[in-house]
Design a protein around this ligand. Structure first.
Ligand code: URA
Ligand code: SF4
Length: 200
Protein backbone atom coordinates (compact mmCIF):
# COMPACT_ATOMS: atom_id res chain seq x y z
CA UNK A 1 0.00 0.00 0.00
CA UNK A 2 1.91 2.98 -1.22
CA UNK A 3 -0.93 5.21 -2.25
CA UNK A 4 -3.13 5.63 -5.28
CA UNK A 5 -0.48 6.95 -7.71
CA UNK A 6 0.33 3.60 -9.30
CA UNK A 7 -3.36 3.02 -10.11
CA UNK A 8 -3.77 6.23 -12.12
CA UNK A 9 -4.61 5.73 -15.81
CA UNK A 10 -2.34 7.09 -18.50
CA UNK A 11 -5.03 9.21 -20.03
CA UNK A 12 -6.55 11.70 -17.65
CA UNK A 13 -10.25 11.96 -18.31
CA UNK A 14 -13.09 11.44 -15.87
CA UNK A 15 -14.28 8.09 -17.28
CA UNK A 16 -10.79 6.62 -17.28
CA UNK A 17 -10.19 7.91 -13.77
CA UNK A 18 -13.44 6.51 -12.46
CA UNK A 19 -12.72 3.10 -13.94
CA UNK A 20 -9.21 3.02 -12.58
CA UNK A 21 -10.28 4.23 -9.14
CA UNK A 22 -12.75 1.35 -8.92
CA UNK A 23 -9.75 -0.97 -8.68
CA UNK A 24 -7.62 1.16 -6.37
CA UNK A 25 -5.83 -0.59 -3.51
CA UNK A 26 -3.73 2.40 -2.54
CA UNK A 27 -4.59 2.05 1.15
CA UNK A 28 -6.41 -0.53 3.26
CA UNK A 29 -9.83 1.10 3.07
CA UNK A 30 -10.79 -0.78 -0.10
CA UNK A 31 -10.85 -4.05 1.89
CA UNK A 32 -13.97 -3.47 3.98
CA UNK A 33 -15.85 -0.85 1.99
CA UNK A 34 -18.34 -1.91 -0.69
CA UNK A 35 -16.92 0.16 -3.53
CA UNK A 36 -14.98 3.23 -4.56
CA UNK A 37 -17.22 6.28 -4.59
CA UNK A 38 -15.68 8.56 -7.20
CA UNK A 39 -16.57 12.19 -7.86
CA UNK A 40 -19.49 13.14 -10.09
CA UNK A 41 -20.46 16.14 -12.15
CA UNK A 42 -19.77 17.94 -15.40
CA UNK A 43 -16.23 17.85 -16.75
CA UNK A 44 -15.76 21.61 -16.68
CA UNK A 45 -17.83 22.48 -13.65
CA UNK A 46 -17.23 25.97 -12.27
CA UNK A 47 -17.41 24.63 -8.71
CA UNK A 48 -15.78 21.59 -7.18
CA UNK A 49 -17.05 20.58 -3.75
CA UNK A 50 -14.77 18.36 -1.72
CA UNK A 51 -16.07 16.43 1.30
CA UNK A 52 -14.38 13.98 3.61
CA UNK A 53 -15.21 10.48 2.44
CA UNK A 54 -18.34 8.54 1.47
CA UNK A 55 -20.67 7.66 4.33
CA UNK A 56 -22.82 4.59 4.82
CA UNK A 57 -25.42 5.56 2.19
CA UNK A 58 -22.81 6.68 -0.32
CA UNK A 59 -20.98 3.37 0.11
CA UNK A 60 -24.20 1.44 -0.54
CA UNK A 61 -25.40 3.54 -3.46
CA UNK A 62 -22.07 4.41 -5.06
CA UNK A 63 -22.64 8.16 -5.35
CA UNK A 64 -21.25 11.07 -3.30
CA UNK A 65 -23.49 13.02 -0.92
CA UNK A 66 -26.69 11.02 -1.28
CA UNK A 67 -27.26 10.59 2.49
CA UNK A 68 -28.27 13.05 5.25
CA UNK A 69 -25.24 15.32 4.73
CA UNK A 70 -26.11 15.46 1.04
CA UNK A 71 -29.55 16.81 1.85
CA UNK A 72 -28.02 19.66 3.86
CA UNK A 73 -25.65 20.33 1.00
CA UNK A 74 -28.43 20.32 -1.61
CA UNK A 75 -30.45 22.81 0.39
CA UNK A 76 -27.39 25.04 0.85
CA UNK A 77 -26.49 25.00 -2.84
CA UNK A 78 -30.01 25.86 -3.84
CA UNK A 79 -30.26 28.73 -1.35
CA UNK A 80 -26.83 30.04 -2.34
CA UNK A 81 -27.92 30.06 -5.99
CA UNK A 82 -25.34 27.49 -7.10
CA UNK A 83 -26.89 25.33 -9.81
CA UNK A 84 -26.44 21.58 -9.46
CA UNK A 85 -25.16 21.27 -13.03
CA UNK A 86 -22.33 23.72 -12.30
CA UNK A 87 -21.03 21.51 -9.50
CA UNK A 88 -18.61 18.60 -9.43
CA UNK A 89 -18.94 16.72 -6.12
CA UNK A 90 -16.20 14.59 -4.67
CA UNK A 91 -14.41 13.55 -1.49
CA UNK A 92 -10.85 13.71 -0.16
CA UNK A 93 -10.98 9.94 0.44
CA UNK A 94 -12.88 7.66 -1.94
CA UNK A 95 -13.67 4.68 0.29
CA UNK A 96 -15.94 4.55 3.36
CA UNK A 97 -14.04 4.09 6.63
CA UNK A 98 -16.01 2.58 9.50
CA UNK A 99 -15.98 0.35 12.54
CA UNK A 100 -18.75 -2.24 12.81
CA UNK A 101 -20.98 -1.97 15.87
CA UNK A 102 -23.58 -4.69 15.84
CA UNK A 103 -25.37 -4.32 12.54
CA UNK A 104 -24.38 -0.69 12.20
CA UNK A 105 -21.32 0.76 10.61
CA UNK A 106 -19.97 3.72 12.54
CA UNK A 107 -18.19 6.35 10.45
CA UNK A 108 -14.50 6.74 11.26
CA UNK A 109 -12.41 9.76 10.35
CA UNK A 110 -9.83 8.88 7.71
CA UNK A 111 -6.24 9.03 8.94
CA UNK A 112 -3.65 11.45 7.59
CA UNK A 113 -1.99 8.48 5.84
CA UNK A 114 -5.27 7.56 4.09
CA UNK A 115 -5.84 11.16 3.04
CA UNK A 116 -2.33 11.27 1.56
CA UNK A 117 -2.76 7.87 -0.12
CA UNK A 118 -5.95 9.00 -1.85
CA UNK A 119 -4.71 12.43 -2.82
CA UNK A 120 -3.67 11.49 -6.42
CA UNK A 121 -7.34 10.95 -7.32
CA UNK A 122 -8.30 14.38 -6.04
CA UNK A 123 -5.36 16.00 -7.83
CA UNK A 124 -6.40 14.28 -11.05
CA UNK A 125 -9.99 15.44 -10.66
CA UNK A 126 -8.78 19.01 -10.14
CA UNK A 127 -6.53 18.78 -13.19
CA UNK A 128 -9.38 17.56 -15.42
CA UNK A 129 -12.27 19.67 -14.15
CA UNK A 130 -10.24 22.84 -13.50
CA UNK A 131 -12.94 24.50 -11.39
CA UNK A 132 -12.91 28.23 -10.72
CA UNK A 133 -13.90 27.70 -7.09
CA UNK A 134 -13.16 24.75 -4.81
CA UNK A 135 -15.48 24.52 -1.81
CA UNK A 136 -13.63 22.75 0.96
CA UNK A 137 -16.10 20.96 3.24
CA UNK A 138 -14.59 20.46 6.69
CA UNK A 139 -11.21 19.70 8.22
CA UNK A 140 -10.38 16.53 6.27
CA UNK A 141 -10.78 18.20 2.89
CA UNK A 142 -8.88 21.20 4.24
CA UNK A 143 -6.05 18.90 5.35
CA UNK A 144 -5.93 17.39 1.86
CA UNK A 145 -6.08 20.63 -0.10
CA UNK A 146 -4.85 23.45 2.11
CA UNK A 147 -2.34 21.73 4.36
CA UNK A 148 -2.41 20.80 7.99
CA UNK A 149 -1.82 24.31 9.29
CA UNK A 150 -5.06 25.60 7.80
CA UNK A 151 -7.86 26.15 10.33
CA UNK A 152 -11.41 26.05 8.96
CA UNK A 153 -12.78 27.83 12.04
CA UNK A 154 -10.44 30.76 11.51
CA UNK A 155 -10.57 31.09 7.73
CA UNK A 156 -13.98 29.82 6.70
CA UNK A 157 -15.69 31.83 4.00
CA UNK A 158 -12.41 33.47 2.89
CA UNK A 159 -11.33 32.85 -0.69
CA UNK A 160 -7.72 31.63 -0.72
CA UNK A 161 -5.65 30.77 -3.82
CA UNK A 162 -5.39 27.09 -4.76
CA UNK A 163 -3.50 26.65 -8.01
CA UNK A 164 -5.52 28.50 -10.67
CA UNK A 165 -8.65 28.29 -8.55
CA UNK A 166 -9.92 29.95 -5.40
CA UNK A 167 -10.71 27.75 -2.43
CA UNK A 168 -13.39 28.63 0.09
CA UNK A 169 -13.53 26.50 3.22
CA UNK A 170 -16.54 25.84 5.38
CA UNK A 171 -17.71 23.30 7.92
CA UNK A 172 -18.77 19.85 6.85
CA UNK A 173 -22.55 19.51 6.32
CA UNK A 174 -22.50 16.59 8.82
CA UNK A 175 -21.24 19.05 11.43
CA UNK A 176 -24.30 21.18 10.72
CA UNK A 177 -26.48 18.14 11.52
CA UNK A 178 -24.60 17.48 14.77
CA UNK A 179 -24.52 21.10 15.96
CA UNK A 180 -26.41 21.95 19.17
CA UNK A 181 -28.05 24.85 17.33
CA UNK A 182 -28.67 23.43 13.90
CA UNK A 183 -30.29 26.46 12.31
CA UNK A 184 -27.48 28.70 13.47
CA UNK A 185 -24.88 26.26 12.13
CA UNK A 186 -26.77 26.04 8.85
CA UNK A 187 -26.86 29.83 8.49
CA UNK A 188 -23.07 29.95 8.88
CA UNK A 189 -22.66 27.19 6.33
CA UNK A 190 -24.95 29.00 3.90
CA UNK A 191 -23.04 32.27 4.36
CA UNK A 192 -19.84 30.44 3.37
CA UNK A 193 -21.52 28.91 0.30
CA UNK A 194 -22.67 32.38 -0.69
CA UNK A 195 -19.09 33.60 -0.36
CA UNK A 196 -18.05 30.74 -2.65
CA UNK A 197 -20.77 31.66 -5.14
CA UNK A 198 -19.50 35.25 -5.09
CA UNK A 199 -15.91 34.15 -5.66
CA UNK A 200 -16.79 32.59 -9.03
N1 URA B 1 -19.91 13.02 3.79
C1 URA B 1 -18.91 13.29 2.93
O1 URA B 1 -17.92 13.93 3.27
N2 URA B 1 -19.03 12.88 1.69
C2 URA B 1 -20.08 12.19 1.25
O2 URA B 1 -20.09 11.86 0.08
C3 URA B 1 -21.11 11.92 2.16
C4 URA B 1 -21.00 12.33 3.44
FE1 SF4 C 1 -7.48 3.94 -3.08
FE2 SF4 C 1 -8.43 6.11 -1.88
FE3 SF4 C 1 -9.76 3.83 -1.71
FE4 SF4 C 1 -7.48 4.10 -0.38
S1 SF4 C 1 -9.39 5.27 -0.04
S2 SF4 C 1 -8.08 2.34 -1.63
S3 SF4 C 1 -6.29 5.37 -1.83
S4 SF4 C 1 -9.42 5.01 -3.58
Amino acid sequence: NTGAARFLPERLDLDALRKAAARCEGCDLYRDATRTVFGEGPRQAAFMLVGEQPGDQEDRQGHPFVGPAGRVLDRGLQEAGIARDSVYLTNAVKHFSFTPRGKRRIHQKPTAAEIDACRPWLDAELAVVRPRVVVVLGATAARALLGREFRVTRHRGEPVPLGDALAVATVHPSAVLRAPDREDAYEGFLADLRAAAGAA
